[in-house]
Ligand binder design. Structure first.
Ligand code: PLP
Length: 382
């Protein structure tokens, strides 16, 4: 049997074959497939900005002005002044000197890490790092050392033992972890990066727009943005659009423009997307109640699920309910589907064996009444 058939049949046998499921429409935290509508707990539109009139209008206006495409990479003729405005706004939002826009969070991590680290360097990363971080690291050719999840003690022991053997070193962590919804010990990690002469890259994909007085993320909330060398994040989650950025120094930005292959060799973001991102950044300032309500409702749901005896993790708008075996998560997801919820199971290889879960992503549209009914319904499914 060839590689393709072997792979597919193994996945099929284990009930782990992923398939696509086209939705017919989405709005206000709901998703529709043909004539069935579900409350959607599996999107990252945390603040409900993807359908905001200001975001949609900004996009439409940009299409009228510039057309549908940037039509070239930024180093050719795709470098629109609109994108420079977005970079200035992002740098200010993140409290950094400068920022560089990438086409997606995946491309940013792959392009930043592989440009910064080379053979002879070391990368120290949290064991729950996103696939895009791992792929960037593998592409870089650097040696890598994984520390236990959110365990600065383990990072310290790895740095003590390994750091002296390498020229340059990079520490990488997410600030809010995508699958566990918990927060990294940022202050301790910064202490270690300073003591051991490393750079620090944080991925704020799930924190941006949600945490901090200005909604910039965990680095802002903890007053540490200045001490982080590179703050990466996406426009594709709380900002309701698409694309990503790294906020950093002007010199690192210049280096990436000249060396980061996922930046150099790809057509720039379409003007409509850049304009949507700019509008969304404005809304983070203008409508702060979206994030405060979301966090209040997330605390409520986590507390109620925990009282009902479920094992829940995290401290953010991402609420994983740990169910153990793959089948338990799939069965729970199926039962909730019958009750009108889209809450997809997350199973190996995305999470460790025995850690299968439902990962609930709350959004601004999941109001308390919806959550109260959900707590009732999930108990019936148990
Ligand atoms: C932590 C983390 N980093 C990066 C990404 C990639 O972002 P994007 O969806 O914009 O490619 C994701 C999204 O899944 C993520 O969860």
């Amino acid at each position: 049997m060839g590689r393709i058939e072997k792979f597919l049949s193994e996945r099929e046998e284990r009930g782990l074959l992923r398939t696509l499921e086209p939705a017919d429409s989405r709005h206000d935290g709901k998703i529709r497939f043909e004539d069935e509508e579900f409350i959607d707990f599996s999107s990252n539109d945390y603040l409900g900005l993807s359908g905001h009139p200001k975001v949609k209008n900004a996009s439409k206006k940009a299409i009228d002005e510039f057309g549908a495409s940037a039509s070239a990479s930024r180093l050719l003729s795709g470098d629109l002044s609109l994108c420079h405005r977005l970079e200035e706004a992002t740098a200010e939002f993140k409290g950094k000197e400068s920022s560089l826009v990438y086409n997606s969070g995946y491309q940013a991590n792959v392009g930043i890490i592989s440009a910064l680290c080379k053979k002879g360097d070391a990368i120290f990363l949290d064991e729950l790092s996103h696939a895009s971080i791992i792929d960037g690291m593998l592409l870089s050719g650097a040696r890598f050392f994984t520390f236990r999840h959110n365990d600065p003690g383990h990072l310290l022991s790895l740095l003590k033992k390994e750091r002296p053997r390498f020229k340059e070193a990079l520490i990488i962590t997410e600030t809010i972890f995508s699958m566990d919804g918990d927060r990294c010990p940022l202050r301790e990690i910064i202490g270690l990066k300073e003591s051991y002469d490393c750079r620090l890259l944080v991925d704020e994909a799930h924190a941006t727009g949600i945490f901090g007085k200005n909604g910039s993320g965990v680095a802002e909330e903890e007053g540490l943005a200045e001490k982080v060398d590179m703050i990466m994040g996406t426009f594709s989650k709380a900002l309701g659009s698409f694309g990503s950025y790294v906020a950093t120094t002007g010199r690192i930005k210049d280096y990436l423009i000249n060396s980061s292959r996922s930046f150099i060799y790809s057509t720039a973001l379409p003007p409509s997307v850049i304009a949507a991102n700019l509008a969304a950044l404005g809304l983070i300032k203008e409508e702060p109640w979206r994030r405060s309500e979301l966090l209040k409702n997330s605390d409520y749901l986590r507390g109620e699920l925990s009282k009902s005896g479920f094992t829940v993790k995290g401290s953010s708008q991402i609420i994983p309910i740990i169910l153990g075996e793959s089948r338990a998560a799939a069965d729970m997801s199926r039962c909730l589907k019958e009750k009108g919820y889209r809450a997809l199971p997350i199973r190996p290889p995305t999470v460790a064996m025995g850690e299968s879960r439902l990962r609930l992503s709350l959004t601004y549209y999941h109001k308390k009444e919806v959550l109260e009914k959900f707590v009732h319904d999930i108990q019936v499914c148990r």
